[in-house]
Every structure is written in C-alpha cells, then in structure tokens.
Write a protein that binds this ligand. Structure first.
Ligand SMILES: [Zn+2]
Length: 106
C-alpha cells in the first residue's frame, strides 16, 4: 500500500485517504502558444517505470494538494512537498540520487 506523508499535517496517510491528481510540474502554455505545445500540455504525460513526480490531495484529511516523488515500480517514497513548489526541493533530489545514482533531474 502506498503511504505518503502530508507536508501540511505531518501525518503518514495511506492511499485510501488520498486522491491522485496526475503528473506534477507540468509546464503550462497559454495564449500565443502553438497548437502542438497546447496539445502536449493537455494530453502528453510521462509514465515512467521508476522515479515519478505526482500531485496528491489529502482528501480525507486537510484537503490540501501536495506533490510527491516516488518510484512507480517499488512504491518507495523519496519525499513530499507543498504543491506551490515549482521544482523538486533539493532534499528530495538528494534522496532520489542517494537511492538511484543514475537518475537525472527532469
Ligand atoms: Zn493533510
């Protein structure tokens, strides 16, 4: 079972109390963008076997959205952090590199 720590509550929450929101750190394209850029923003998502950054909501708790870095193959969690963060925090990147030395930042 996937267990994530809500960065707002500070409690470990199992997946039945969470709601998944898809890929994190999407680059948004607005007016003036090309059709291809907007298409990719709407429809193209990463689906890696390994390290992935995702959006989660603590839906049966504080209700807030946060981001998580985890391995999709092993469910190993490298860290969680507030949803307003535009890129993975340094400590999360270091936690990933400690376990996956060949992993590279997006
Ligand atoms: Zn919470």
């Amino acid at each position: 079972m996937l267990i994530l720590r809500c960065p707002y509550c500070g409690v470990d929450v199992d997946e039945t109390d969470l709601h998944g929101g898809g890929e994190a750190h999407l680059k948004r394209f607005g007016p003036g963008s090309t059709d291809d850029e907007f298409h990719d923003y709407l429809f193209m998502r990463e689906n890696p076997k390994g390290v992935h950054f995702e959006r989660w909501q603590h839906s049966y708790g504080c209700g807030k959205w946060f981001l998580a870095a985890r391995c999709t193959a092993t469910l190993e969690v490298f860290g969680t952090y507030p949803a307003q963060t535009t890129e993975p925090p340094k400590e999360v990147v270091e936690a990933i590199k400690a376990k996956r030395p060949n992993w590279e930042v997006l």
